[in-house]
Design a binder for this molecule. Structure first.
Ligand SMILES: [Mn+2]
Length: 262
């Protein structure tokens, strides 16, 4: 049994990685019928795939279902993100019946206008220090290993005290909170400048739906950790959906690993 919605907004599916929860996405798609489906970036993770492809039959089914739905009249748009930036040069063209666009201006059923962007342009790390983000998800293990070497080196040099790389990393996590805040601030600022009523984005894997100073800030979340989507109901009302696990998926999920780069 599926419900009919006007639009589905999905981001950060990360197909091609071990962390991608394709089964749950299939459940979600099965349960929701739509006029529009917006794929808002990091749908296929080319960064991770350059290190090793993890492409399962279920992930294949996701792609096939989407192509099929596009063929049968659901209007599907793909807005490339940073992990699938290779697709950006195809903006203005189509894969099957899926239209590739750099961004999209969506008018909801209630007349409200939303700017649809992935959001990496507003992330100071991926924008100005791309290598940090690319290395980010492989670097942590290296960091831990390096900590051991560092302690040994400090002992050899007769340095007093113990400088913990893990402690350093923990302090950095605190600044991750302000990172999300900065991201939201600049996305909302951009929306206001464009004169829209709201913005629908992804990238930071943090699903939200709220209004800040009269502008709707909506983030789709991801299909790696949170398994969330945004839907627009037939009256234009936006809703954040958490796709819950079935019992069998709950057992399988313990084996899942998630990539860390937004
Ligand atoms: Mn991203």
């Amino acid at each position: 049994m599926s419900i009919k919605v006007r639009a589905i907004f999905l981001s950060d599916i990360h197909l091609g990685t071990r962390g991608c929860q394709a089964e749950r996405l299939l459940d979600f798609l099965r349960e929701h019928e739509a006029e529009y489906i917006f794929l808002i970036g990091d749908i296929v993770d080319f960064w991770a795939m350059s290190r090793g492809i993890h492409w399962t039959p279920v992930q294949n089914t996701v792609v096939q279902k989407l192509l099929r739905r596009a063929r049968h009249g659901e209007r599907i748009y793909l807005i490339p993100g940073n992990h699938d930036e290779a697709l950006r040069e195809y903006s203005g063209t189509a894969f099957g019946d899926i239209q590739v666009v750099a961004e999209y201006l969506h008018t909801a059923a209630d007349g409200r206008r939303y700017l649809l962007i992935h959001g990496d342009d507003f992330d100071q790390v991926t924008r100005h220090h791309r290598w940090v983000a690319v290395l980010g998800d492989v670097a942590y293990n290296g960091l831990i290993r390096a900590n051991g070497w560092l302690s040994w080196l400090r002992r050899k040099l007769g340095r007093p005290g113990y400088w913990s790389l893990a402690g350093y990393a923990k302090r950095k996590v605190k600044s991750a909170v302000s990172f999300i805040f900065d991201f939201e601030e600049s996305v909302i600022h951009a929306a206001r400048e464009r004169g829209v009523d709201g913005v629908i984005c992804g990238h930071i894997h943090s699903a939200t739906l709220r209004s800040i100073d009269g502008i709707a800030y909506i983030n789709c979340g991801d299909w790696v950790d949170s398994c969330t989507a945004i839907v627009e109901h037939l009256d234009g009302r936006m809703e954040l959906i958490h796709q819950h696990l079935t019992a069998t998926q709950l057992q399988a999920a313990t084996a899942c690993q998630a990539p860390q780069v937004p």
